[in-house]
Write a protein that binds this ligand. Sequence first.
Ligand SMILES: C[S@@+](CC[C@H](N)C(=O)[O-])C[C@H]1O[C@@H](n2cnc3c(N)ncnc32)[C@H](O)[C@@H]1O
Length: 489
Amino acid sequence: MMPADRNSDSNAAAEALMALMTGEAPASEVKEDGGEKSEVVKEEKSEQLLATAEKTQGDAAASEKKQVDAASQSKTETKGIKRRINEHSSSPSASSTITAPGKPAKTQDEPPAEPKSPPRSPPRKLKRPSAAARRPPPSQQREQHQQQRGNTGSRNEQERRGEQTGFSRSRTYEAAAAQEIQRRSVDSVVRQHYNARPDMGVSARQSSPIIKLKSFNNFIKSVIIKRFARRDDVVLDMGCGKGGDLLKWDIAGIRGYVGIDIADVSVRQAEDRFRKMRRKRFWAEFMAGDAFSMPLTAHIPRDMYQAVFPVDVVTMQFCMHYAFETEAKARQMLENVSRSLRRGGKFIGTIPSSDAIVEHIQKLPPGEKEWGNSVYRVRFFNDPPRDGMFRPPFGHRYSFFLEDAVEDVPEYVVPFEVFRAMAEDYKLELVYRKGFHEVFEDETSEHPELFDIAKRMDVVKSDGTFGIEGDQREAAGFYLAFAFEKLAG
Ligand SMILES: C[S@@+](CC[C@H](N)C(=O)[O-])C[C@H]1O[C@@H](n2cnc3c(N)ncnc32)[C@H](O)[C@@H]1O
């Protein structure tokens, strides 16, 4: 159920929510210093960061090194995290360089501090999930588990059999080495792409040709956050990007946030965005690192890990599909999620829907590998399976182009039933799975107050009814939202 009571606090909160759902600062914040000046400062910063990103382009090795440097710099910067978190918890007025619920750190261009937020409870002691929760089950159990899934001819079952093929596949050293080289190059492309994208200001965003799609997607993310997060939660954002969801989390009333992303420039932009937020009521830490191929403990300093983890929510918005390049990567990603979550905690996210992908594939003329419209385009590298069964279920690479957002970045199909079955191995039970249009229909009919926000966000069609239409509607239908709950174990 949607915790609607949390959002009926005040009209001001609803007002802020509308602005915040767009992923941008509320209008009042932008206007404080004349609007234009804020925008200019923001654009200048973006340009500096973009220049840095461009320098790294075309040099994957330098980029790898840069990431390692950024990660170690991040470690140094966050060394005092435990102390700072404790300071915040015990004294809301304690000063801090980055994290400051109740009293944001002052910088030259920052406005005066906000009123104090309510006192927070002290950080919880580290409660590590049991060893069983951290490991995939023994292969014997896994085989038994798969046999129990039966032998029907349905696509879902066949997807699962594909998973079995993937499990039992023996890999030669050469194949593994070749795969590792490919992984690094794909990761470099992804990192360079997102690093190089400017952090758009409010005005630039408004003139985007896909503004309706962006608003719709932000609306869906906000609805999912509101549905599954609770006040005072601590959140881990894997693939946090430029921090586009920070304001949504503030509205949700969280206590703390840890953001990690492979794109180091994006991470700095996220940090910058957090520093400039006026009304933040939570602490936040950011770090650059690969959250899918390596254990998170490789990036998160030990004292921070001990002070903050396990968290209440792990969020992965529009990024988990990068992990389905290989089984090893998908499993490491799930292990990172499961290890990070407390029992009963939620794992939420948005990904391309394998059902939507299959529907399109089945409509393709023979020999055709791509489809799309004026705002998005999907192009498979190899002939996509016409029967809709991805065997083995990893590495089904396609190139995704989204007008004004993503330019031909390699992504991977996430066969949903394989994902769901694998997640079970990590004590994650599916509690929610809906396509974006279904989320919109169901949540707004269950919670009509959401129409107010949809209206203010201009999630409105040309005939005045709510929703999204035309090519942007088709592009939104490419995605689904999910939520898992961490079980005891
Ligand atoms: C489409 S963006 C989404 C950003 C953010 N979650 C949002 O919704 O605005 C995808 C993000 O996934 C990140 N990403 C891709 N592979 C990653 C990895 N292995 N580890 C961490 N982040 C990764 C990219 O750098 C990029 O910032």
